[in-house]
Design a protein around this ligand. Structure first.
Ligand code: IMP
Length: 193
């Protein structure tokens, strides 16, 4: 038997990555795309907490919201909280053009997972440091994966890693593993499972 938790997202890649990690804790996420309300803010945590509160008010069942983004040092953290919009508008090619002529290609991915239930609301954070590639490489993953080189995986981009390799070092992998460890130690998990 598994513990079902709603996941307010319209991104099937995020659900697949989260389910791959949480299945070993006996947790299955059920996506509900319509529930994610996004405010504008420079803080991923503020965006995710606001969305989690709003989603919980309408659903009244345990759920998570995840917000993530790519922060590029040379661009003072851009696209950061605006990553989804930047991906849809300028994409990987646009980011590469913005970095043309700069030596500093350092960047990081950040992910905040917020869990909301009747009893509690908690945040879990994960960061993956790395750099922006000179050109897109690889066929896996989604979003900015083809241009992000993790500092923990040699010269390969996230798109050149297997899902398991990406998850071991990724921002999402780290945030969801700490959520999994916390919930599996909590009373809710043992009474509902
Ligand atoms: P949001 O969290 O739905 O606002 O979207 C964050 C955006 O950041 C996504 O649309 C992607 O463009 C990018 N992003 C977040 N996580 C990843 C990842 O693991 N790989 C590649 N791109 C990501």
């Amino acid at each position: 038997m598994s513990l079902d938790i709603y996941f307010a997202t319209g991104n099937p890649h995020k659900v697949a990555e989260a389910n791959a990690i949480l299945s070993k804790f006996g947790i299955a996420f059920k996506p509900i795309p319509s529930l994610k309300i996004e405010i504008q803010s420079d803080s991923l945590e503020e965006i995710a907490k606001y969305a989690a509160e709003a989603a919980f008010r309408s659903l009244r069942a345990p759920l998570i919201v995840e917000d993530s983004g790519l922060f590029i040092d040379q661009l003072k953290g851009f696209p950061g909280p605006y990553s989804s919009y930047a991906y849809k508008t300028i994409g990987c090619e646009g980011i590469l053009r913005l970095l043309e002529g700069f030596d500093n290609r350092a960047a990081c991915f950040e992910c905040v997972v917020v869990y909301a239930s009747k009893e509690t609301m908690r945040s879990f954070v994960g960061t993956a440091r790395g750099s922006i590639a000179e050109a897109p490489r690889g066929g896996g993953g989604f979003g900015f994966d083809p241009i992000f080189i993790s500092e923990d995986r040699g010269d390969r981009t996230f798109s050149e890693l297997s899902p398991l390799e990406k998850s071991a070092v990724s921002h999402r992998g780290k945030a969801f593993r700490s959520f999994g460890e916390w919930i599996s130690a909590s009373a809710r998990y043992h009474t509902l499972k």
